[in-house]
Design a protein around this ligand. Structure first.
Ligand code: ANZ
Ligand code: ZN
Length: 859
C-alpha cells in the first residue's frame, strides 16, 4: 500500500500524544531536584462557565511555545496552570444563570480544564490550584493578616467607588473610564468605612524598581503614570479678614510650581475640602454666602472626577467675607471653591497661577481675576549673553508684551526665568523652586497619585477577611493596633475562616455583605478577652487571591503541607522564584501586575522571601481582533476555540494564531488563514512520510538554508516573533521540496539535520513533531540532545565583507554574496551614508575593484 494514501489524521495523532504526555508526566519537573529550573508562567485565567475563549488560547499558546523552547534548550521548565474562580466575575455569572457559585465553580472548573487539555500545552497538571478552595484561601487570609501585622491593613472612612449593580465598593484600579470593570455600570461615590492596604507606602519602591525589571515598556509606562509621582512643595496661605486674627487659620496647597508663587492671584478649595465642611456647620464662621456655597457643593457631589477635570466651562463660587494672604508678596487674594480641584489629590486645595496654568487661566478669565506673569521663557531673549538678555526682558514694556502674549495665546507653561518675583528675579525657575518655598515658609514635598488599595467587598464569593471586632475591647481602648481599638486578627492556627454555604448569596446593597445576615458565621469569640465578638463579614478583593498565586503552585506541589513561613519551603522558593518568564495581558498593568508586586514586597519585608519583584521578565501579548474589534462577548464576535481545534487540530490552530502577527502585537483573526497553515502541516507530514535515506553528501545550498532557519527560528522565538519564525519554517519547507530532484535532494540532508527540522517545529506543533519523530524511528527522545545549533560559518560561507574606500580611506564595510558583480557592488555601496558623504557628489575619476574584497573610489 502506498504511503500516500495515508492521511494526516491530526485527531488521532493529537489524542495519542496528549494521553502519552499525561501518562508519562513528561511536563512535571522534579521541583526538588531540578538543576536548571525555569519557571514559565502564564497569567492566571478567571474563566466563567463560558469557558476558555480564543483570547485565552492565544495567550497560553504564546507562553507555551516559549516554555517548550526553553525545555528543548535543556531547562527544567515548570509551566503550571490553575484558575482564579473567586470574585465578582464568577459570582455575577452564577447569579445570571441562577446556580450557586459553589456549584457553578465546580462546573466551570471541569469544563475549563477539559478544554485546556486539547490545546496541547505542556502544563504541569499536578500543580493546579483554584482560589476558592479553602486550602488556597487559607493563605490569602494569611497574607491579609501579615498586612495587618505590618501595619499595612487599616480601616478608614472615605469617599469610595460604589457599583450600584454589583452592589459593592471597587478599588480605583477597577474603575475604567468611570465604569465598573466587571459589569460596565457607571460607578458612583459613597462615603463608607472600608479596609485598605497601604500600597502608597510602597509607591517609591514600586516606581524605582521598574528600572530594574525587564518588562514590556507599555506596562512600565502605565504603572509609572498610575503611581504618578509629582515633585513640588506644600505651601501655607493665611486666611484673613478685618475680624480674624492673622496667623490663626491656614490653608495648605500642593504645587509642582512653587517658582510661580508670586503669580498666585487666588486660592481654590475643592468642594469636599475638610476645613470648608467645618466652616459650613460653624455658626461663627466668617463666610457670608454659606447657602450659595452649600448649593455648589451639592452639585459637585454628583459629578465624577473625569468630568470635573475635563470640563472646559469652569464653575466656582467665591467665599465672601474672607481672603487669603500670598505668603511670598503678602498680597491679599480671593478664595474660591471650584470643582476643577479634586479632593483626593494633594491637599485638596491649590494656589492658582493663571499666567502659567491652563485651568487657572480659564477660570481667571471667566471670573475676571488677576493674571500676573512671573516666568519668562528664555526664548524671549535675543541676546546670547544671559545677563544682558535679562536686563532687556525685565524692562516694563516687555512685561506688557508678555501680558499681551498670554492674553492672546494662553498661559506660558514652560519653565524659564523668574520675573516680578522680588529678590528671586533673574533666577532660573528650576533653581527658584526650593528657594521660594523656603522663603514662604513651606516645604518641598513629593506627591503620588496612587491611592491605597481598597480590599473589602460587600459580596459573598470571596475569601472572608480574617478579622474580628470586639465591642468590649474597643470600649476599653484595647486592640492589636492603637489606632484601631477592638480589632483583632483571627489567630493563624484557626485559618482558614471558611466561607459558609449560604443559600441567599445575592448582594443586598445595604453596604454590607450577605454574610452579615448569617449569625452562625459572624458570631465568634474575641481572641483577646474571650467575650462575644463579631467577625468581619466583607470578603477580600479577588485581586488579592491572584497577587500571590505564583507561590501557590509551589505549595500545591507539596500538597499544601508547607506554608509560606515554613523553613522547609524556603529552599523550594529559592530554587524557583522569582518567576523567569511571565506572559499575560497588558490590561492588568495597574491591577494584578501592580498588586502582585506590592504583595511580594510586603512578603519580602516580612522576611518570608528573599526577592521583592515577583516577575523578572514580563511580556504583554497583543490583542486578538476580529472584524475590526477586540474579540469579546459584548462585540458579538466570539470565537470558540473548541470548534477550531476539532476541525483543524490543535497544532494547526496554535500555529495559525501565532502566525497572525508578532505575538506582542496581537492579530486580526480571519478564517481563511487557517487553511494555509493546515496545508503547510500536511506538506510537512507527507515530506517525512516519503522520506528515504540517501547516502550522498548533502547539497551545500540546502544545508545553508537549514542553518539560516535554525538561526532565525531561535532568535525569533526568543523575541516572541513567532510569526516570522513560522514563515521561515515555510521557506525551509519550500527549499526542501523544490530543490531540483524533489524526491532525493532534500532527503540528502541526513538523519541529524532532519531531527533538527522536527525540533524546530515542535514548540509550534508539538503533537505532529512527536509523531514525525516516532515515524522516523529515532530512538532517542525529542527532548534529548537539546535545541539545534547553527554553524555561523555555514551561514556566512557565501557572503564576503567588502571594504569600501574613498581615495584610499576606509569608509564602510558592507556584506555581499560571494562573486557579486562590480556594477552591483558599486550601486549598492553608494547608498551607504558615510560613503555618500565622502563622495560629496564629486566626479568619480577611477574605481579600483578587487573581487570579493575591496572597492575604492578615486575622486
Ligand atoms: C500652582 C501651579 C502653577 C501649578 C503652575 C501648575 C502650574 P501634578 O503634576 O498632576 O501633580 N493641583 C494640585 N492639587 C490639585 C487638586 N487636588 N486638584 C486639581 N489640581 C491640583 O499637578 C500638580 C499641580 O496640579 C499643582 O501645581 C496644582 O497646580 C494642581 F504654573 O500649583 B499647580
Ligand atoms: Zn474583646
Amino acid at each position: 500500500m502506498s504511503k500516500k494514501s495515508k492521511k494526516y489524521d491530526f485527531g488521532a495523532i493529537e489524542k495519542k500524544w496528549q494521553e502519552k504526555w499525561k501518562k508519562e508526566k513528561i511536563y512535571e519537573p522534579d521541583l526538588e531536584k531540578a538543576e536548571r529550573p525555569f519557571y514559565n508562567l502564564m497569567m492566571f485565567p478567571y474563566p466563567s462557565a463560558e469557558g476558555l475563549h480564543v483570547g485565552n488560547m492565544y495567550a497560553f499558546t504564546g507562553s507555551d511555545i516559549y516554555g517548550r523552547f526553553k525545555r528543548m534548550k535543556g531547562y527544567n521548565v515548570f509551566e503550571p496552570i490553575g484558575l482564579d474562580g473567586f470574585g465578582i466575575h464568577s459570582e455575577n455569572y452564577a447569579l445570571k444563570i441562577g446556580t450557586h457559585p459553589i456549584k457553578q465553580s465546580e462546573i466551570s472548573e471541569k469544563r475549563f480544564y477539559k478544554q485546556l487539555e486539547i490545546t496541547g500545552n505542556s502544563f504541569a497538571w499536578n500543580e493546579r490550584v483554584e482560589t476558592y478552595k479553602p486550602e488556597y484561601y487559607k493563605w490569602t487570609q494569611w497574607i491579609f493578616i501579615q498586612m495587618w501585622k505590618q501595619g499595612l491593613a487599616h480601616r478608614k472612612k472615605q469617599k469610595v467607588n460604589w457599583c450600584p449593580s454589583c452592589k459593592t465598593v471597587l478599588a480605583d484600579e477597577q474603575v475604567e473610564g468611570g465604569k465598573c470593570e466587571r459589569c460596565g455600570t457607571i460607578v458612583i461615590q459613597k462615603e463608607l468605612e472600608q479596609w485598605f492596604f497601604k500600597i502608597t507606602k510602597y509607591a517609591e519602591k514600586l516606581l524605582k524598581n521598574l528600572d530594574k525589571i525587564d518588562w514590556s515598556e507599555k506596562v512600565k509606562i502605565a504603572q509609572r503614570n498610575w503611581i504618578g509621582k509629582s515633585e513640588g512643595a506644600l505651601l501655607k496661605f493665611q486666611i484673613t479678614n478685618d475680624k480674624l486674627q492673622k496667623g490663626n487659620l491656614e490653608i495648605e496647597v500642593f504645587t509642582t510650581r512653587p517658582d510661580t508663587l508670586f503669580g498666585a492671584t487666588y486660592l481654590v478649595l475643592s468642594p469636599e475640602h475638610e476645613w470648608l465642611k467645618q466652616e459650613i456647620s460653624n455658626s461663627k464662621s466668617e463666610i457670608l454666602n454659606k447657602p450659595e456655597i452649600q448649593e455648589y457643593i451639592n452639585k459637585a457631589k454628583a459629578k465624577k472626577d473625569e468630568e470635573r477635570i475635563e470640563n472646559k466651562e469652569k464653575t466656582g463660587v467665591k467665599l465672601e467675607g474672607i481672603s487669603a494672604v500670598n505668603p511670598a508678596n503678602k498680597k491679599e487674594i480671593p478664595i474660591f471653591i471650584a470643582d476643577y480641584v479634586l479632593s483626593g489629590y494633594g491637599t485638596g486645595a491649590i494656589m492658582a497661577v493663571p499666567a502659567h496654568d491652563e485651568r487657572d487661566f480659564e477660570f481667571a478669565k471667566k471670573f475676571k481675576l488677576g493674571i500676573v506673569p512671573v516666568i519668562i521663557p528664555s526664548l524671549y531673549s535675543t541676546d546670547t549673553n544671559e545677563e544682558n538678555a535679562y536686563l532687556k526682558i525685565t524692562h516694563s514694556d516687555i512685561i506688557e508684551r508678555l501680558e499681551k502674549y498670554i492674553e492672546k495665546h494662553g498661559p506660558i507653561l514652560n519653565e524659564g526665568y523668574c520675573i516680578q518675583s522680588g529678590e528671586f528675579d533673574r533666577k532660573k525657575s528650576e533653581e527658584a523652586k526650593e528657594k521660594i518655598t523656603k522663603y514662604a515658609g513651606g516645604r518641598m514635598h513629593t506627591q503620588y497619585r496612587l491611592r491605597d488599595w481598597l480590599v473589602s467587598r460587600q459580596r459573598y464569593w470571596g475569601a472572608p477577611i480574617p478579622m474580628i471586632y470586639c465591642d468590649e475591647c474597643a470600649e476599653a481602648g484595647r486592640g492589636e493596633h492603637k489606632d484601631m481599638p477592638g480589632w483583632y486578627a483571627v489567630p493563624e492556627k484557626n485559618l482558614p475562616v471558611e466561607l459558609p454555604m449560604v443559600k441567599d448569596f445575592r448582594p443586598k446593597g445595604k453596604d454590607e455583605s450577605p454574610l452579615a445576615s448569617v449569625k452562625e458565621f459572624y458570631e465568634t469569640k474575641c481572641p483577646n478577652c474571650g467575650g462575644s465578638a463579631r467577625r468581619e463579614t466583607d470578603v477580600s478583593d479577588t485581586f488579592l487571591d491572584s497577587a500571590w498565586y505564583y507561590i501557590a503552585y509551589l505549595m500545591k506541589a507539596r500538597e499544601w503541607k508547607v506554608g509560606i513561613e515554613d523553613s522547609s519551603f524556603v529552599k523550594q522558593m529559592k530554587k524557583w522564584l522569582p518567576v523567569d518568564m511571565y506572559i499575560g495581558g497588558a490590561e492588568h498593568s495597574v491591577l494584578h501586575l501592580l498588586y502582585s508586586r506590592f504583595v511580594t514586597m510586603t512578603l519580602k519585608d516580612g522576611g518570608f522571601i528573599d526577592f521583592e519583584e515577583p516577575f523578572k521578565l514580563f511580556r504583554a501579548h497583543g490583542l486578538l481582533i476580529k472584524d475590526g474589534a477586540k474579540i469579546s462577548k459584548s462585540k458579538g464576535n466570539i470565537v470558540n476555540p473548541d470548534d477550531y481545534v476539532k476541525n483543524f487540530g490543535a497544532d494547526t490552530f496554535r500555529m495559525y494564531l501565532m502566525f497572525l502577527a508578532p505575538f506582542e502585537q496581537g492579530g486580526d483573526f480571519r478564517d481563511q488563514g487557517i487553511l494555509g497553515i493546515e496545508r503547510f502541516l500536511k506538506r510537512i507530514y507527507f515530506y517525512f512520510l516519503d522520506y528515504k535515506e540517501i547516502g550522498t553528501k548533502p547539497e551545500e545550498e540546502i544545508v545553508r538554508l537549514l542553518h539560516q532557519t535554525i538561526k532565525k527560528v531561535t532568535e525569533d522565538i526568543e523575541a516572541l516573533k513567532y510569526n516570522t519564525a513560522i514563515s521561515q519554517l515555510m521557506v525551509l519547507l519550500n527549499g526542501l521540496e523544490s530543490v531540483s530532484d524533489k524526491n532525493v535532494l532534500g532527503y540528502k540532508l541526513g538523519k541529524e539535520n532532519h531531527k533538527a527540522i522536527i525540533k524546530l517545529l515542535s514548540p509550534f506543533a508539538p503533537h505532529l513533531a512527536e509523531e514525525l519523530w516516532e515515524m522516523m524511528e529515532y530512538t532517542d527522545s525529542i527532548y534529548e540532545g537539546g535545541w539545534p545549533e547553527y554553524d555561523k560559518k555555514i551561514i556566512q560561507e557565501n557572503v564576503v565583507q567588502f571594504v569600501v574606500q574613498v581615495n584610499g580611506k576606509h569608509r564602510a564595510t558592507i556584506t555581499f554574496p560571494k562573486g557579486t558583480e562590480q556594477s552591483h557592488v558599486e550601486n549598492e555601496v553608494k547608498k551607504n551614508n558615510s560613503v555618500e558623504r565622502a563622495l560629496e557628489k564629486k566626479k568619480i575619476k577611477k574605481i579600483i575593484f578587487i573581487k570579493d574584497k575591496l572597492i575604492n573610489f578615486v575622486i
